[in-house]
Design a protein around this ligand. Structure first.
Ligand code: SAH
Length: 243
């Protein structure tokens, strides 16, 4: 069987992996992924053949996975969190046009918005927007526009890829856009290394978030106008009526 599973393995801990993801990984002949991700999960799959490549080699990595599957191996192409969201599922399907003999199965995983949101409380109880601040594949003007529209729509906003060495001030710029529409007291939070060693979370306000340095392993949450703090947890109400 020529099978390629594109697997979202969750935030990083074994407990955060779905049984479906574990089953696919256990059955694979080869596990393919970005080095940081294969390093995270290889301790759970010691017997496996692992092929890893550096960041920004997504196309080569996906081609390799498809070729391995075309040769008859069961292959897992792994992504952290979910396999669609800023993951490899879309690219694998795009490139699969040249490999009709390969059957692709997309296996979802718990994305950082939910694993991180759960650590902070329940910031994502209502409509929310997920925006990546990485301008590697998206023009920065479009990112700014999306931030602005999400703020105008009073969405709770989750920011992925909030920072990198080159983009050290992007979170600050995102906060400045948000501050044009949202008050500085808006409840915010961030979680670093979710489900991994040195997990760390903080609750703050939009005014303060602007001054904070975060790294690329951080997910940032910006509340909507109803988001509040209850006993140290962020809560965005669903709006159930109090009978
Ligand atoms: N497919 C992944 C997202 C990949 S984009 C998912 O669904 O979660 C990479 C970004 O995701 C990071 O910059 C960070 O913002 C977020 N992220 C992924 N895993 C994380 C983790 N364990 N802890 C904190 N943030 C994480």
């Amino acid at each position: 069987m020529n099978k390629l599973y594109v697997v979202g393995f969750g935030p990083g801990s074994r407990e955060g992996m779905t049984i479906q993801a574990q089953t696919a990984l256990n059955s694979a002949d080869v596990i393919v992924g970005y080095t940081v991700y294969t390093e995270l999960i290889k301790k759970y799959f010691l017997e496996k053949n692992i092929y890893s490549t550096a960041m920004r080699q997504e196309r080569d990595r996906t081609e390799y996975a498809l070729k391995q599957a075309a040769e008859g191996r069961d292959v897992c192409l792994v992504c952290s969190g979910d396999s669609q969201l800023y993951g490899m599922a879309g690219l694998a399907l795009e490139l699969s046009a040249a490999y009709p003999e390969v059957d692709i199965e997309i296996i979802p995983g718990v994305t950082a918005a939910f694993s991180g949101g759960a650590i902070l409380g329940s910031p994502l109880t209502h409509d929310f927007a997920v925006i990546s601040l990485s301008d590697l594949l998206t023009p920065i003007e479009k990112i700014y526009k999306r931030l602005e529209c999400a703020a105008i729509g009073d969405f709770t906003v989750v920011l992925y890829n909030p920072s990198s060495k080159k983009r050290y001030d992007y979170l600050q710029r995102a906060c400045e856009i948000m501050l044009e529409y949202k008050p500085a007291e808006t409840i915010c939070g961030y979680v670093k290394n979710i489900g991994r060693e040195r997990e760390e979370s903080k609750i703050t306000t939009l005014g303060e978030l602007k001054k904070i340095d975060v790294d690329m392993f951080t997910t940032v949450f910006i509340g909507n106008s109803e988001t509040k703090l209850i006993n140290g947890k962020i809560v965005t109400p669903r709006g159930y009526r109090h009978e």
